[in-house]
Ligand binder design. Structure first.
Ligand code: NDP
Length: 448
């Protein structure tokens, strides 16, 4: 059967088997539809049932997370870990604490993670996990109790050479600290490499906090440089106000760009003078408050309820750094009509499939998430390497390696885009690079 037929068969099979898992189906569709030429060139992939194996996680763990709040009231949340693939290295991927977390979302994220991790060129497999727990409005004590209960089950499924979780939405340095403390207590062993994103004083990596946002800008700069477009003086629209958004803004500003927006799940801020990063960090990292507080100290800036409006702001480059599906077709049309030249995905799958198709059709330079935001997991893998050798590299050394890795990811994606058709289609280029690497390793390891 042709590559196209094999892909259609797989997508139909997923739709039938898990009809409620739309996000997972969409991401599988996005990856597989761009690798059809590779399947045509390698009929042995079908014989070895490569796609059938790739879309089925190696293991899914679901568990109960009971915990008590400060008033003594009991709560029960759901915990998950989707261990998608260990073909290239130990399972690796973040933990997300957010009320929207479902098995569908974590399967989509774990699937993406396999290919993103393969792109880094480092020895890491793919996984994702988390809980429908909402940390907003919870005290440090409540978050600690939740993290301890979560780890009391998760610890038996992870380890420095088995599965190495990290942070994601709702899981930052504070949560990683509590999770690590409980793991260490249960195991009675100092396995620093079991979690990444740790504070640097207990063997986290310098530059891990900055890595995803910085890496996004390194990738976007490579993409723009290739077209002779500089970032200096450009107007950027960024969504989100969390880890990825904050450090994307920081690096963009250091490249001389003006970032005029940031957002949270309630609304967005537009500052025509450029976002004041120190104020943003104070609101989000120190006070854990809502972004609307920005206008209290910056009266010339505007706050608008609803986060989708951010895509109506005129810009040269758009960087979605909040969450999945935040740019739909309507927002993509608005961005293009307003003259956007490039889109770089900091969040995971922030653009819907029809939005991506619209950008590509209109020749907008498009940096897909699995390549453009791979800097975070790349530095996580460097954190694992440092933990193995019980050494800590300097900020400059890690940042230098990150820059090299992002350049390599861009170059490989570009080369495969050129080889297989449209030289500017980095979605296809990245998918083909990653898929080929994972598929070849699977073939070499036999039917497992
Ligand atoms: P954070 O929790 O630090 O920040 C998330 C930001 O997005 C917050 O401003 C949050 O607002 C906003 N947000 C969350 N959900 C929604 C929603 N449904 N609608 C609008 N805004 C929303 O997470 P990160 O910055 O770490 O992650 C952001 C994205 O980047 C995610 O897609 C994540 O998977 C991806 N990513 C993160 C990496 C990392 O290293 N951290 C690595 C690679 C990808 P609020 O505070 O109101 O919830």
């Amino acid at each position: 059967m042709s590559g196209k037929q094999y892909v259609e068969k797989m997508i139909a099979c997923i739709a039938k088997r898990d009809p409620d898992q739309k996000m997972f189906r969409d991401t599988v569709t996005e990856v597989l539809s761009s690798i059809e030429p590779v399947l045509d060139a390698h009929p042995n992939y079908e014989t070895a049932k490569i796609l059938e194996r790739m879309v089925e996680p190696e293991r899914v763990i679901m568990f109960r997370v009971p915990w008590q709040d400060d008033k003594g009231e009991c709560h029960v949340n759901r915990g998950f870990r989707v261990q998608m693939s260990s073909v290239i290295g130990p399972y690796k991927g973040g933990l997300r604490f957010h009320p929207s977390v479902t098995l569908d979302i974590l399967k989509f994220l774990a699937f993406e993670q396999v290919y993103k991790n393969a792109l880094t060129g480092l020895p890491i497999g793919g996984a994702k996990g988390g809980s429908d727990f909402d940390p907003h409005g919870r005290s440090d004590n409540e978050v600690m109790h939740f993290c301890q209960s979560f780890m009391t089950e998760l610890y038996r499924h992870i380890g420095p050479d088995v599965d190495v979780p990290a942070g994601d939405i709702g899981v930052g340095g504070r949560e990683i600290g509590y999770l690590y403390g409980q793991y260490k207590r249960i195991r009675d062993s100092y396995d620093a490499g079991v979690l990444t994103g740790k504070r640097v004083d207990f063997w986290g990596s310098f530059a891990r906090t900055e890595a995803t946002g910085y890496g996004l800008l390194y990738f976007v700069k490579n993409m723009l440089d290739a077209k002779g477009i500089g970032l200096k003086g450009k107007t950027l629209v960024v969504s989100g106000a969390g880890n990825v958004a904050t450090y994307a803004i920081e690096k963009a500003q250091s490249f001389g760009a003006k970032v005029v927006t940031c957002s949270d799940s309630n609304g967005y801020v537009y500052d025509p003078d450029g976002i004041d990063l120190a104020a943003l960090k104070d609101i989000k990292e120190v006070r854990r408050a809502r972004i609307k507080e920005y206008v209290q100290t910056h009266p010339h800036a505007e706050y608008h309820e609803g986060c989708k409006g951010v895509w109506t702001v005129k810009c040269d480059v758009a960087l979605p750094c909040a969450t999945q599906s935040e740019i739909d077709l309507e927002s993509a049309k608005r961005l293009v009509a307003n003259g956007v030249q490039a889109v770089g995905e900091g969040a995971n799958m922030p653009s819907t499939l029809d939005a991506i198709a619209y950008f590509l059709e209109h020749k907008i330079l498009f940096a897909p998430a699995k390549a453009a935001n791979a800097g975070g997991v790349a530095v996580s893998a460097l954190e694992m390497a440092q933990n193995s050798e019980r050494l800590q590299w300097t900020f400059e050394e890690v940042d230098g390696r990150l820059k090299d890795i992002m350049k390599r990811i861009y170059t490989n994606a570009k080369k495969n885009a050129e080889t297989y058709g449209d030289p500017d289609n980095l979605v296809a280029g990245a998918n083909i690079t990653a898929f080929s690497k994972v598929a070849e390793a699977m073939l070499a390891q036999g039917l497992v």
